[in-house]
Design a protein around this ligand. Sequence first.
Ligand code: ADP
Length: 160
Amino acid sequence: MRRAACPGSFDPVTNGHVDIISRASALFDEVVVAVGVNAAKKRLFSAEERIDMLSEACAPFPNVRIDSFDGLLTDFCRDRGVQAIVKGLRAVSDFDYELQMAQMNSSLSDVETVFVPTSPEYSFLASSLVKEVATFGGDVSGLVPPLVLDRLRARLAGDA
Ligand code: ADP
């Protein structure tokens, strides 16, 4: 069984994330989306909300499941029998940090990192930018799954 992890904070999940997850699901027998739940980091959406939105967005992929982690990703991978970490690379600017992280992770464990180039239509897409644009009333409807759009609108309109 070849099992991969797609890690991130997914605050919230975007169509760029879904693209990488779906492509990982075609390459591996099973994909675990690993949602970072570090309580010290300020998020727009709670861990439960982020997991909920991911569960809906990944429902079309039967070999994808959602899980959370709160420590070292390499420990998560060891505990879940994950052999590879799949990361999307949007631009050269992602590369330096991702290479450093991949090399650190491989020094900590025998987990491999696999880089998948982002589809060009999503190369400018980041959760932080989606939130910023949505905050100022910009249209992000083509950039996130429908449930995320609804939740973003509700959150920015001032729900709890
Ligand atoms: P973090 O908050 O840990 O930086 P994100 O939740 O923003 O992580 O993203 C998690 C991972 O998803 C990234 O490391 C990257 O591999 C991938 N990713 C993010 N945005 C995109 C995108 N637009 N296209 C493809 N992959 C992406």
